[in-house]
Design a protein around this ligand. Structure first.
Ligand SMILES: Nc1ncnc2c1ncn2[C@@H]1O[C@H](COP(=O)(O)OP(=O)(O)OP(=O)(O)O)[C@@H](O)[C@H]1O
Length: 235
């Protein structure tokens, strides 16, 4: 069953068109990756889904309900959460205080403080530390947990791997197996195309705001990804 559908979505920043007629879907429980170069429009699409950037043309439909143009708090209440690029924690608050912001007015569901501490045991050890004093990997765990605590049906993750060491990236993505077991659907924006293909069921490639490739991650060849990423013809 389909959870999210984007239908011919155009997003503009004033006169600059950032996405062009994007069609995209996410099934119930599915992990979808969006890849593309800098400026391709990946973050713009995530922001459009959660209502932070307006959709000028087209529709965003969540579980049959048209959520285009709704305020982002209403979209969050409908079950969409964003792990933003750069993590965006409150550095002068403790880890637990940051987490409790996610838990405030959360939907009912499996993600509680105890559950996220079980998911990321290292986070429990630093729960009274200021978020600003944590390493990048620890901050990413807090950012993911804060979003999970809203008990989303759809979790949008913007460049989780940015600035993190490969071992930390692997640790973080390993936890997504557990997250998916709870039925959460995922959109993962990634610059690391190999990682994106490995962790997703389906993959979209964006180039200059347009979808240039879509398909099952296990079936898409790397040369097709490369061609779609750079706008070349696949061999
Ligand atoms: N707030 C903004 N105001 C004006 N233009 C913007 C704004 N945010 C993004 N853009 C432009 O929209 C286009 C898409 O940007 P976006 O950040 O969505 O790309 P991206 O694929 O996420 O890239 P990156 O990997 O660098 O984050 C780019 O041309 C960018 O310059």
């Amino acid at each position: 069953m389909t959870l999210l559908t984007l239908e011919k979505v155009d997003v503009f920043y004033r006169d600059l068109q950032a996405t062009f007629g994007v069609d995209l879907s996410v099934g119930q429980g599915e992990a979808v990756a969006i890849i593309g170069a800098n400026g391709a429009g990946k973050s713009t699409l995530l922001r459009a889904i959660i209502g932070l950037t307006p959709v000028r043309n087209g529709r965003v439909v969540l579980d049959g309900r048209d959520i285009t143009g709704l305020r982002c708090d209403k979209i969050a209440r409908a079950g969409v959460a964003l792990v933003p690029e750069g993590r965006r924690l409150f550095g002068s608050l403790t880890v637990e205080e940051n987490l409790l912001m996610g838990a405030a007015r959360a939907r009912p569901g499996p993600w509680t403080l105890a559950a996220v501490y079980e998911l990321f045991p290292a986070m429990r050890e630093v729960r009274y530390s200021l978020a600003g004093n944590l390493s990048g990997g620890q901050q990413q765990m807090v950012s993911i947990s804060r979003a999970l605590l809203t008990n989303p049906r759809l979790l949008l993750c913007d460049e989780l791997s940015l600035g993190l060491a490969p071992t930390i990236i692997n640790d973080i993505y390993t936890c997504f197996t557990r997250i998916r077991e709870t039925g959460v659907s995922l959109i993962l924006v990634e610059q690391d195309t190999v990682k994106a293909r490995d962790v997703s069921d389906r993959l979209y490639c964006l180039l200059k705001g347009q979808v240039t490739l879509e398909g099952a991650s296990s079936e898409i060849r790397m040369d097709a990804i490369k061609a779609a990423y750079f706008g070349e013809t696949a061999a």
